[in-house]
Write a new protein. Structure first.
Length: 97
């Protein structure tokens, strides 16, 4: 199953950054409605990500821990992704990072 359109490609540097972010988020879980550091990191990544020419970015702070990032590319269809960012501080017992 593909989650990204074929026209969207990620560089090796983008992929490395996303994997690093993923590991960092999972190493520092935050409880529901207390995801202040996670939210800060998400907003910073949304603000600094490189966009193709013609793509407009709007970052909407919904609450202290809620964010909507709108990327507009002309009159193309709208696609939405939703993610929960809260976690429980559990001890990793698999031996993985």
């Amino acid at each position: 199953m593909a989650y990204l359109p074929e026209s969207l490609t990620l560089s090796a540097q983008d992929i490395t950054a996303l994997i690093s972010d993923y590991k960092e988020y999972h190493a520092s879980p935050e409880l529901s409605l207390a995801e202040f550091e996670t939210t800060r990191k998400i907003r910073q990544r949304a603000q600094t990500m490189k966009l193709d020419d013609g793509v407009e970015r709007e970052i909407v702070e919904v609450s202290e821990t809620g964010t909507v990032v709108v990327l507009r590319n002309g009159e193309s269809p709208t696609i939405a992704y939703r993610a929960d960012i809260n976690a429980l501080p559990l001890k990793e017992q698999t031996g993985l990072d």
